[in-house]
Design a protein around this ligand. Structure first.
Ligand SMILES: Cc1ncc(COP(=O)(O)O)c(C=O)c1O
Length: 460
Protein backbone atom coordinates (compact mmCIF):
# COMPACT_ATOMS: atom_id res chain seq x y z
CA UNK A 1 0.00 0.00 0.00
CA UNK A 2 1.24 3.42 -0.90
CA UNK A 3 1.58 6.13 1.66
CA UNK A 4 3.57 9.29 1.98
CA UNK A 5 4.83 9.73 5.52
CA UNK A 6 5.29 13.47 5.42
CA UNK A 7 1.87 14.21 3.99
CA UNK A 8 0.25 11.95 6.49
CA UNK A 9 1.56 14.05 9.36
CA UNK A 10 1.87 17.58 8.00
CA UNK A 11 -1.82 18.32 8.58
CA UNK A 12 -1.12 18.21 12.31
CA UNK A 13 1.89 20.52 12.07
CA UNK A 14 4.12 17.52 12.78
CA UNK A 15 7.45 16.87 11.13
CA UNK A 16 9.98 14.10 10.75
CA UNK A 17 13.71 14.32 11.24
CA UNK A 18 16.24 12.86 8.80
CA UNK A 19 15.82 9.39 10.31
CA UNK A 20 12.08 9.53 9.65
CA UNK A 21 11.25 9.93 13.35
CA UNK A 22 8.21 11.93 14.39
CA UNK A 23 8.79 15.42 15.77
CA UNK A 24 6.27 17.57 17.67
CA UNK A 25 6.97 21.11 18.90
CA UNK A 26 10.60 20.58 17.92
CA UNK A 27 10.87 17.50 20.18
CA UNK A 28 11.56 13.95 19.06
CA UNK A 29 8.52 11.88 20.01
CA UNK A 30 10.47 8.69 20.67
CA UNK A 31 12.84 10.55 22.98
CA UNK A 32 9.87 12.00 24.86
CA UNK A 33 8.40 8.51 25.19
CA UNK A 34 11.68 7.15 26.53
CA UNK A 35 12.20 10.06 28.89
CA UNK A 36 8.73 10.29 30.42
CA UNK A 37 7.59 6.71 29.83
CA UNK A 38 4.59 5.58 27.83
CA UNK A 39 1.69 5.96 27.43
CA UNK A 40 2.22 9.70 27.18
CA UNK A 41 0.11 12.63 26.03
CA UNK A 42 2.12 15.32 24.22
CA UNK A 43 0.74 18.82 23.65
CA UNK A 44 2.11 21.14 20.97
CA UNK A 45 1.89 24.48 22.81
CA UNK A 46 2.64 26.71 19.82
CA UNK A 47 -0.01 25.06 17.68
CA UNK A 48 -2.56 25.10 20.52
CA UNK A 49 -2.10 28.84 21.06
CA UNK A 50 -2.19 29.64 17.35
CA UNK A 51 -5.35 27.58 16.90
CA UNK A 52 -7.13 29.36 19.76
CA UNK A 53 -6.05 32.80 18.56
CA UNK A 54 -7.12 32.14 14.98
CA UNK A 55 -10.51 30.82 16.14
CA UNK A 56 -11.15 33.98 18.18
CA UNK A 57 -10.03 36.15 15.25
CA UNK A 58 -12.30 34.34 12.81
CA UNK A 59 -15.32 34.91 15.07
CA UNK A 60 -14.43 38.58 15.65
CA UNK A 61 -13.89 39.18 11.93
CA UNK A 62 -17.16 37.55 10.91
CA UNK A 63 -19.50 39.04 13.50
CA UNK A 64 -20.11 42.78 13.73
CA UNK A 65 -21.23 42.70 17.38
CA UNK A 66 -19.47 41.77 20.62
CA UNK A 67 -18.11 38.21 20.78
CA UNK A 68 -16.93 35.93 23.53
CA UNK A 69 -15.24 32.53 23.17
CA UNK A 70 -15.52 30.02 26.03
CA UNK A 71 -13.57 26.75 25.91
CA UNK A 72 -15.70 23.73 26.89
CA UNK A 73 -13.53 22.47 29.75
CA UNK A 74 -15.03 18.96 29.54
CA UNK A 75 -13.23 18.50 26.23
CA UNK A 76 -9.77 18.49 27.80
CA UNK A 77 -9.89 19.22 31.54
CA UNK A 78 -6.16 19.55 32.10
CA UNK A 79 -5.36 22.75 34.01
CA UNK A 80 -2.09 23.30 32.12
CA UNK A 81 -3.94 23.12 28.80
CA UNK A 82 -6.82 25.34 29.93
CA UNK A 83 -4.28 27.89 31.11
CA UNK A 84 -2.59 27.95 27.70
CA UNK A 85 -6.00 28.68 26.17
CA UNK A 86 -6.59 31.41 28.75
CA UNK A 87 -3.39 33.14 27.73
CA UNK A 88 -4.69 33.05 24.15
CA UNK A 89 -7.77 35.03 25.23
CA UNK A 90 -10.30 32.21 25.62
CA UNK A 91 -12.75 32.08 28.56
CA UNK A 92 -14.36 28.89 29.91
CA UNK A 93 -17.59 26.88 29.80
CA UNK A 94 -18.22 24.46 32.67
CA UNK A 95 -20.81 21.90 33.73
CA UNK A 96 -19.85 20.67 37.22
CA UNK A 97 -18.32 21.72 40.54
CA UNK A 98 -15.11 19.99 39.53
CA UNK A 99 -14.87 22.05 36.36
CA UNK A 100 -15.78 25.21 38.27
CA UNK A 101 -12.98 24.59 40.76
CA UNK A 102 -10.59 23.77 37.94
CA UNK A 103 -11.46 26.99 36.10
CA UNK A 104 -11.03 29.08 39.26
CA UNK A 105 -7.72 27.34 39.94
CA UNK A 106 -6.53 28.14 36.42
CA UNK A 107 -7.18 31.80 37.21
CA UNK A 108 -10.61 32.57 35.75
CA UNK A 109 -13.08 34.56 37.76
CA UNK A 110 -16.81 33.93 37.74
CA UNK A 111 -17.50 36.66 35.21
CA UNK A 112 -15.54 34.67 32.60
CA UNK A 113 -17.56 31.48 33.02
CA UNK A 114 -20.69 30.09 31.37
CA UNK A 115 -22.44 27.11 33.00
CA UNK A 116 -24.32 24.37 31.16
CA UNK A 117 -25.67 20.88 31.70
CA UNK A 118 -28.79 19.04 32.82
CA UNK A 119 -27.28 18.11 36.19
CA UNK A 120 -26.77 21.33 38.09
CA UNK A 121 -26.86 20.33 41.74
CA UNK A 122 -27.80 22.82 44.45
CA UNK A 123 -24.21 22.74 45.52
CA UNK A 124 -23.03 23.71 42.00
CA UNK A 125 -25.69 26.43 41.73
CA UNK A 126 -24.70 27.78 45.16
CA UNK A 127 -21.07 27.93 44.09
CA UNK A 128 -22.07 29.65 40.84
CA UNK A 129 -24.05 32.29 42.70
CA UNK A 130 -21.27 32.81 45.25
CA UNK A 131 -18.73 33.24 42.44
CA UNK A 132 -21.00 35.58 40.48
CA UNK A 133 -20.92 33.39 37.38
CA UNK A 134 -21.46 35.27 34.12
CA UNK A 135 -24.29 33.15 32.69
CA UNK A 136 -26.31 30.20 33.89
CA UNK A 137 -27.83 28.40 30.92
CA UNK A 138 -31.15 27.05 32.16
CA UNK A 139 -31.76 23.48 31.04
CA UNK A 140 -35.32 22.88 32.29
CA UNK A 141 -38.36 24.47 33.93
CA UNK A 142 -37.64 22.80 37.25
CA UNK A 143 -34.08 24.05 37.14
CA UNK A 144 -35.39 27.58 36.60
CA UNK A 145 -37.52 27.21 39.75
CA UNK A 146 -34.55 25.88 41.73
CA UNK A 147 -32.30 28.73 40.64
CA UNK A 148 -35.00 31.16 41.69
CA UNK A 149 -35.41 29.54 45.10
CA UNK A 150 -31.66 29.60 45.71
CA UNK A 151 -31.39 33.23 44.63
CA UNK A 152 -34.15 34.15 47.08
CA UNK A 153 -32.55 32.10 49.86
CA UNK A 154 -29.07 33.52 49.31
CA UNK A 155 -30.28 37.03 48.43
CA UNK A 156 -28.55 36.92 45.03
CA UNK A 157 -29.43 37.79 41.46
CA UNK A 158 -28.20 36.04 38.33
CA UNK A 159 -28.32 36.32 34.55
CA UNK A 160 -29.58 33.38 32.54
CA UNK A 161 -29.96 32.10 29.01
CA UNK A 162 -32.62 29.56 28.12
CA UNK A 163 -31.07 26.47 26.56
CA UNK A 164 -33.29 25.52 23.65
CA UNK A 165 -33.62 22.11 22.09
CA UNK A 166 -34.04 23.09 18.42
CA UNK A 167 -34.51 19.48 17.24
CA UNK A 168 -31.60 19.45 14.80
CA UNK A 169 -29.45 16.37 14.12
CA UNK A 170 -26.20 17.24 12.30
CA UNK A 171 -25.71 15.47 8.99
CA UNK A 172 -23.81 12.20 8.97
CA UNK A 173 -23.52 11.89 12.73
CA UNK A 174 -24.65 8.98 14.84
CA UNK A 175 -27.71 9.50 16.98
CA UNK A 176 -25.77 9.04 20.22
CA UNK A 177 -24.26 12.47 19.77
CA UNK A 178 -27.39 14.26 18.67
CA UNK A 179 -27.29 16.77 21.51
CA UNK A 180 -30.09 18.89 20.06
CA UNK A 181 -32.45 16.19 18.91
CA UNK A 182 -35.84 16.21 20.58
CA UNK A 183 -35.98 12.41 20.78
CA UNK A 184 -32.29 11.76 21.26
CA UNK A 185 -31.31 14.10 24.05
CA UNK A 186 -32.78 15.44 27.27
CA UNK A 187 -31.04 18.80 26.92
CA UNK A 188 -32.77 22.13 26.92
CA UNK A 189 -36.31 23.44 26.83
CA UNK A 190 -38.50 21.60 24.38
CA UNK A 191 -39.27 24.26 21.81
CA UNK A 192 -41.93 22.22 20.04
CA UNK A 193 -43.58 21.15 23.29
CA UNK A 194 -44.25 24.72 24.45
CA UNK A 195 -41.75 24.79 27.32
CA UNK A 196 -40.21 28.06 26.19
CA UNK A 197 -43.51 29.91 26.60
CA UNK A 198 -43.89 28.37 30.06
CA UNK A 199 -40.38 29.48 30.96
CA UNK A 200 -41.22 33.08 29.96
CA UNK A 201 -44.45 32.93 31.99
CA UNK A 202 -42.46 31.87 35.04
CA UNK A 203 -39.40 34.09 34.70
CA UNK A 204 -41.60 37.17 34.41
CA UNK A 205 -42.48 36.67 38.06
CA UNK A 206 -38.90 36.03 39.19
CA UNK A 207 -37.34 39.30 40.21
CA UNK A 208 -33.89 37.92 40.88
CA UNK A 209 -33.39 36.18 37.55
CA UNK A 210 -32.55 38.27 34.53
CA UNK A 211 -33.27 36.79 31.10
CA UNK A 212 -30.47 37.60 28.63
CA UNK A 213 -31.10 35.33 25.65
CA UNK A 214 -30.83 31.80 24.30
CA UNK A 215 -28.34 28.95 24.15
CA UNK A 216 -28.09 25.98 21.79
CA UNK A 217 -25.53 23.21 21.32
CA UNK A 218 -26.13 20.74 18.50
CA UNK A 219 -23.44 18.07 18.99
CA UNK A 220 -19.73 17.44 18.75
CA UNK A 221 -17.53 16.90 15.71
CA UNK A 222 -20.01 18.46 13.27
CA UNK A 223 -18.56 18.13 9.77
CA UNK A 224 -20.76 20.62 7.91
CA UNK A 225 -20.96 24.26 8.89
CA UNK A 226 -24.46 24.77 7.46
CA UNK A 227 -25.79 22.61 10.29
CA UNK A 228 -25.04 25.46 12.70
CA UNK A 229 -26.89 28.05 10.64
CA UNK A 230 -29.84 25.68 10.30
CA UNK A 231 -30.07 25.32 14.09
CA UNK A 232 -29.67 29.05 14.72
CA UNK A 233 -32.47 29.90 12.29
CA UNK A 234 -34.74 27.48 14.11
CA UNK A 235 -34.75 30.01 16.94
CA UNK A 236 -36.86 32.52 14.99
CA UNK A 237 -40.03 31.52 16.81
CA UNK A 238 -38.57 31.85 20.30
CA UNK A 239 -36.87 35.14 19.47
CA UNK A 240 -40.25 36.52 18.43
CA UNK A 241 -41.82 34.99 21.52
CA UNK A 242 -39.26 36.73 23.74
CA UNK A 243 -40.33 40.00 22.11
CA UNK A 244 -43.96 39.44 22.99
CA UNK A 245 -42.93 39.17 26.65
CA UNK A 246 -40.93 42.37 26.34
CA UNK A 247 -37.50 40.73 26.35
CA UNK A 248 -34.59 41.65 24.09
CA UNK A 249 -31.97 39.07 23.06
CA UNK A 250 -28.81 40.52 24.57
CA UNK A 251 -26.76 37.32 24.33
CA UNK A 252 -26.93 34.42 21.91
CA UNK A 253 -24.80 31.41 22.84
CA UNK A 254 -24.47 28.98 19.93
CA UNK A 255 -22.56 26.30 21.89
CA UNK A 256 -19.67 24.31 20.46
CA UNK A 257 -19.54 21.38 18.09
CA UNK A 258 -17.30 22.32 15.17
CA UNK A 259 -15.47 19.24 13.90
CA UNK A 260 -11.84 19.02 12.85
CA UNK A 261 -10.52 18.24 9.35
CA UNK A 262 -8.47 15.11 10.03
CA UNK A 263 -10.45 12.93 12.42
CA UNK A 264 -14.15 12.33 12.54
CA UNK A 265 -16.91 10.39 14.20
CA UNK A 266 -18.06 7.23 12.45
CA UNK A 267 -21.55 7.44 11.00
CA UNK A 268 -24.21 5.19 12.55
CA UNK A 269 -23.79 2.70 9.70
CA UNK A 270 -19.99 2.71 9.92
CA UNK A 271 -20.16 2.19 13.67
CA UNK A 272 -22.56 -0.68 13.24
CA UNK A 273 -20.42 -2.36 10.57
CA UNK A 274 -17.25 -1.84 12.58
CA UNK A 275 -18.64 -3.17 15.85
CA UNK A 276 -20.51 -6.05 14.24
CA UNK A 277 -18.13 -7.12 11.47
CA UNK A 278 -14.77 -5.47 12.26
CA UNK A 279 -15.06 -3.34 9.14
CA UNK A 280 -12.96 -0.30 10.00
CA UNK A 281 -13.32 2.60 7.53
CA UNK A 282 -10.05 3.97 6.19
CA UNK A 283 -8.45 7.04 7.76
CA UNK A 284 -10.45 10.24 7.31
CA UNK A 285 -9.83 12.32 4.22
CA UNK A 286 -8.92 15.93 5.07
CA UNK A 287 -12.22 17.85 5.25
CA UNK A 288 -11.81 21.39 3.92
CA UNK A 289 -15.32 22.29 4.98
CA UNK A 290 -14.56 22.73 8.68
CA UNK A 291 -12.40 25.83 8.60
CA UNK A 292 -12.79 28.50 11.28
CA UNK A 293 -13.66 31.08 8.62
CA UNK A 294 -16.44 29.02 7.09
CA UNK A 295 -17.84 28.27 10.53
CA UNK A 296 -17.67 31.87 11.73
CA UNK A 297 -19.17 33.22 8.50
CA UNK A 298 -21.98 30.73 8.58
CA UNK A 299 -22.81 31.38 12.26
CA UNK A 300 -22.57 35.17 11.88
CA UNK A 301 -24.80 35.24 8.79
CA UNK A 302 -27.41 33.10 10.52
CA UNK A 303 -27.42 35.27 13.64
CA UNK A 304 -27.85 38.42 11.55
CA UNK A 305 -30.74 36.83 9.70
CA UNK A 306 -32.28 35.65 12.97
CA UNK A 307 -32.04 39.06 14.61
CA UNK A 308 -33.40 40.72 11.48
CA UNK A 309 -32.48 44.33 12.17
CA UNK A 310 -33.00 44.27 15.95
CA UNK A 311 -30.10 45.25 18.27
CA UNK A 312 -27.22 42.84 17.79
CA UNK A 313 -26.78 40.39 20.67
CA UNK A 314 -23.38 39.45 22.03
CA UNK A 315 -22.34 36.22 20.30
CA UNK A 316 -21.04 33.58 22.69
CA UNK A 317 -19.35 30.45 21.30
CA UNK A 318 -18.28 27.38 23.30
CA UNK A 319 -15.77 25.45 21.17
CA UNK A 320 -14.05 22.41 22.61
CA UNK A 321 -12.77 19.94 20.03
CA UNK A 322 -11.76 22.38 17.30
CA UNK A 323 -9.47 24.30 19.67
CA UNK A 324 -7.55 21.37 21.11
CA UNK A 325 -7.90 18.21 19.03
CA UNK A 326 -5.06 18.56 16.56
CA UNK A 327 -2.47 19.96 18.96
CA UNK A 328 -2.06 16.76 20.89
CA UNK A 329 -0.94 13.19 20.29
CA UNK A 330 -0.89 10.09 22.42
CA UNK A 331 2.22 7.89 22.38
CA UNK A 332 1.76 4.19 23.01
CA UNK A 333 4.44 1.53 23.13
CA UNK A 334 3.92 -1.82 21.46
CA UNK A 335 4.75 -4.41 24.07
CA UNK A 336 4.24 -7.56 22.05
CA UNK A 337 3.19 -8.74 18.60
CA UNK A 338 1.01 -11.87 18.43
CA UNK A 339 -0.14 -13.59 15.31
CA UNK A 340 -2.54 -16.47 14.62
CA UNK A 341 -1.71 -17.42 11.05
CA UNK A 342 -4.58 -16.83 8.69
CA UNK A 343 -6.68 -15.31 11.42
CA UNK A 344 -5.34 -12.12 12.91
CA UNK A 345 -2.30 -10.20 14.06
CA UNK A 346 -2.39 -8.21 17.28
CA UNK A 347 -0.13 -5.42 18.47
CA UNK A 348 -0.41 -5.42 22.26
CA UNK A 349 0.04 -1.78 23.30
CA UNK A 350 0.12 -0.08 26.68
CA UNK A 351 -3.29 1.61 26.31
CA UNK A 352 -6.66 0.91 24.72
CA UNK A 353 -10.23 2.11 25.13
CA UNK A 354 -10.30 0.67 28.65
CA UNK A 355 -7.80 3.27 29.81
CA UNK A 356 -6.97 6.05 27.37
CA UNK A 357 -8.39 5.80 23.88
CA UNK A 358 -12.15 5.71 24.45
CA UNK A 359 -12.79 8.06 21.49
CA UNK A 360 -11.34 5.44 19.12
CA UNK A 361 -14.43 3.39 19.91
CA UNK A 362 -16.51 5.76 17.79
CA UNK A 363 -14.06 8.08 16.02
CA UNK A 364 -11.52 7.59 13.24
CA UNK A 365 -7.98 8.74 14.00
CA UNK A 366 -4.73 8.41 12.10
CA UNK A 367 -2.03 6.31 13.78
CA UNK A 368 1.64 6.54 12.83
CA UNK A 369 4.80 4.69 13.73
CA UNK A 370 6.88 7.19 15.72
CA UNK A 371 10.39 5.95 14.91
CA UNK A 372 9.78 5.37 11.17
CA UNK A 373 6.86 7.39 9.90
CA UNK A 374 7.54 6.40 6.28
CA UNK A 375 7.56 2.64 6.81
CA UNK A 376 5.14 1.14 4.27
CA UNK A 377 1.85 -0.32 5.42
CA UNK A 378 1.95 -4.10 5.24
CA UNK A 379 -1.50 -5.26 6.31
CA UNK A 380 -4.25 -4.99 8.86
CA UNK A 381 -3.75 -5.55 12.56
CA UNK A 382 -5.71 -5.22 15.75
CA UNK A 383 -4.09 -2.82 18.17
CA UNK A 384 -5.06 -4.21 21.56
CA UNK A 385 -4.79 -2.48 24.93
CA UNK A 386 -3.25 -3.93 28.10
CA UNK A 387 -6.56 -4.70 29.83
CA UNK A 388 -7.37 -8.33 30.11
CA UNK A 389 -10.68 -8.00 28.28
CA UNK A 390 -11.29 -8.48 24.59
CA UNK A 391 -12.98 -5.15 23.96
CA UNK A 392 -9.89 -3.25 25.12
CA UNK A 393 -8.60 -2.31 21.69
CA UNK A 394 -7.47 0.89 20.03
CA UNK A 395 -8.70 -0.33 16.64
CA UNK A 396 -9.47 -3.65 15.07
CA UNK A 397 -8.36 -4.14 11.46
CA UNK A 398 -6.24 -1.03 11.23
CA UNK A 399 -3.91 -0.78 8.21
CA UNK A 400 -0.40 -0.52 9.67
CA UNK A 401 3.22 -1.16 8.73
CA UNK A 402 5.06 -4.06 10.37
CA UNK A 403 5.67 -2.97 13.94
CA UNK A 404 8.19 -4.57 16.27
CA UNK A 405 7.90 -4.99 20.04
CA UNK A 406 9.33 -1.91 21.76
CA UNK A 407 8.41 0.48 18.95
CA UNK A 408 6.08 3.40 19.63
CA UNK A 409 2.96 4.45 17.78
CA UNK A 410 1.15 7.79 18.02
CA UNK A 411 -2.60 8.31 17.94
CA UNK A 412 -2.99 11.70 16.25
CA UNK A 413 -5.65 14.33 16.88
CA UNK A 414 -6.00 13.14 20.46
CA UNK A 415 -6.54 16.53 22.14
CA UNK A 416 -10.32 16.29 22.39
CA UNK A 417 -12.11 14.01 24.87
CA UNK A 418 -9.15 11.63 25.32
CA UNK A 419 -8.04 12.98 28.71
CA UNK A 420 -11.68 13.47 29.73
CA UNK A 421 -12.50 9.80 29.16
CA UNK A 422 -9.37 8.42 30.86
CA UNK A 423 -9.81 5.76 33.47
CA UNK A 424 -7.53 3.90 35.84
CA UNK A 425 -8.74 0.50 34.64
CA UNK A 426 -5.85 -1.59 35.94
CA UNK A 427 -3.19 0.98 35.11
CA UNK A 428 -2.22 4.45 36.30
CA UNK A 429 -3.11 7.51 34.28
CA UNK A 430 -0.18 8.70 32.16
CA UNK A 431 1.88 11.86 32.25
CA UNK A 432 1.10 14.83 30.03
CA UNK A 433 3.96 16.80 28.59
CA UNK A 434 4.00 20.01 26.58
CA UNK A 435 6.44 20.65 23.73
CA UNK A 436 7.51 23.92 22.19
CA UNK A 437 10.57 25.10 20.29
CA UNK A 438 12.42 21.90 21.16
CA UNK A 439 11.73 22.23 24.89
CA UNK A 440 9.41 20.01 26.91
CA UNK A 441 7.67 20.50 30.26
CA UNK A 442 5.45 18.30 32.39
CA UNK A 443 1.80 19.36 32.64
CA UNK A 444 0.86 16.32 34.70
CA UNK A 445 3.00 13.66 36.33
CA UNK A 446 2.21 9.99 35.87
CA UNK A 447 -0.14 8.64 38.52
CA UNK A 448 1.47 6.15 40.91
CA UNK A 449 -0.09 2.87 41.96
CA UNK A 450 -0.03 4.17 45.55
CA UNK A 451 -2.17 7.10 44.44
CA UNK A 452 -4.53 4.70 42.71
CA UNK A 453 -5.36 2.99 46.01
CA UNK A 454 -5.01 6.00 48.24
CA UNK A 455 -8.74 6.80 48.42
CA UNK A 456 -9.88 3.32 49.26
CA UNK A 457 -11.02 2.40 52.75
CA UNK A 458 -10.41 -1.14 54.02
CA UNK A 459 -12.46 -2.54 56.92
CA UNK A 460 -11.47 -5.53 59.05
C1 LIG B 1 -23.01 22.71 26.09
C2 LIG B 1 -21.77 22.35 25.37
N1 LIG B 1 -21.03 23.32 24.83
C3 LIG B 1 -19.88 23.04 24.16
C4 LIG B 1 -19.44 21.75 24.02
C5 LIG B 1 -18.17 21.50 23.25
O1 LIG B 1 -18.40 20.77 22.11
P1 LIG B 1 -17.20 20.50 21.07
O2 LIG B 1 -16.09 19.91 21.83
O3 LIG B 1 -17.76 19.57 20.08
O4 LIG B 1 -16.86 21.81 20.46
C6 LIG B 1 -20.19 20.71 24.56
C7 LIG B 1 -19.76 19.32 24.39
O5 LIG B 1 -20.42 18.37 24.59
C8 LIG B 1 -21.39 21.01 25.26
O6 LIG B 1 -22.12 20.05 25.81
Amino acid sequence: MKQSGYNRISHWGLETNQQGELVIGGCNVVELGNLYGTPLHVVDVGRLKETAISFCEAIEMAYPGKTSVHFAVKCNPVPGIVRILKTAGVKAEIMSEYELLLALKVGYNGSELVVNGPYKTDSLLNACLENRIRLLNVDSLTELERINQLCCKLDKTTEVLFRINPDVVPAGMNSGSAAASRKGSPFGLDMKGGEVRQAFERIQKMERILFKGFHIHIGSGVQRTDNFSKAILKLKGVVNLAGTYGYRIEVLDVGGGLGVPDSREMTSLELLLYQAFDYLPSSPVHNNEVTFKRYADSVAAAVLELINGRDLPELVVEPGRCLVSSSQLLILKVHQVKERKGIRKWLIADAGIGTLTMPTFYELHEIVLCNDVNRKQSGRVTIAGPGCFAADVVYRNKAMPDVLPGEMIAVLDSGAYFTSWESSFGFPRPAIVSAMDGRHTLLRVRETVDQMVSLDVLHD
